[in-house]
Design a protein around this ligand. Sequence first.
Ligand code: CA
Ligand code: CA
Ligand code: CA
Length: 336
Amino acid sequence: MKLKKSIFKIVFLISLLGFPVLGRLSAQPVPGKDENIPFLVTFGKEGKTSWGDDDFYQIFFFSILKDYTKPVYIRVFDPDCGGEWDEIQGEFNTKTKFSVYGGKGVDPEKNEESRGLLKGIGVNYKSGNLLASKIFGNDAKYDNKYYTFGPFNPSEGDFNARWNSYMFKIVCEGISGDDGNLYKYYLSSDPDNNVPIEGANAFTYAYHFRMWNDFKSVAHIYPYIDTGIVYIKQKNFDWDDDGSILVVSRYKQGIPVPISNEDNWVNSNIPIEPPEVGSSLDFQFHKRQDDLVKNNNVVIELENQRGDALKFFSSPIGGVPIYQPKLGYEKVKPKK
Ligand SMILES: [Ca+2]
Ligand SMILES: [Ca+2]
Ligand SMILES: [Ca+2]
């Protein structure tokens, strides 16, 4: 038992240091295991954008390899807005709608609207066949618990040949009220437990998340750099001037990017080098060390030089990128 405990400790410490943990091809918790993000966040649409959600909805995609033919479930942790975890404004009066889509129109590589980034009248990010939907208010029945959507047959998804996978989409919308709903997802083969599905993954194009209320905590998100990318434009929203955001990769030791403060977007361009193509970047979110910024909600989006949005994968493609000094050297500029 003691040995087991120390092995666990070592693995845990290694994972904190950012080394890839082996045997982890199947992991569909959202946020992902390596991300160190406590929750996704979506506010009711009567909320203020200064609380950290720019558009009051969030879209995630799940991909399931073609060979997997058993039923799948999408489990939502703490789907209600009230009780534990959630961010109260006045009283809890927020209603949140979760909707699962499959079929034609879901695949965001074929249908740009499906990504949820285009704004304006007539834009439909709810494309595809609605497979299941439920509205949650302040309901103790679902507080600090999972609600399970499904079963879904993987072939009900939208097939994408490039990834050899069926795609599903889950949309979370804050349809009324002004509180922040904090929640998490898990793509599972079991309706009552979190059982990973081999070869599955999850991704989004606009990541809305909550930071830990902890000085030492570093959050990570992992965009994938596809072929043909020369530079990327990063956009971060409502970072509350909370420390620094660094970009790490096989080639970059840590490049700080300009950060947002309150209710604003800050953009900048980051060059991409050939050794970075076909791997993931590690966007690291380091909290400031003087005053603790509490309940920091933030939004991140990326696009390439052609204005095409990048995916953030919950399980980084190619694993967590580790800086390799032999490839080059770029010094971290410490902030403050
Ligand atoms: Ca409220
Ligand atoms: Ca919640
Ligand atoms: Ca914020």
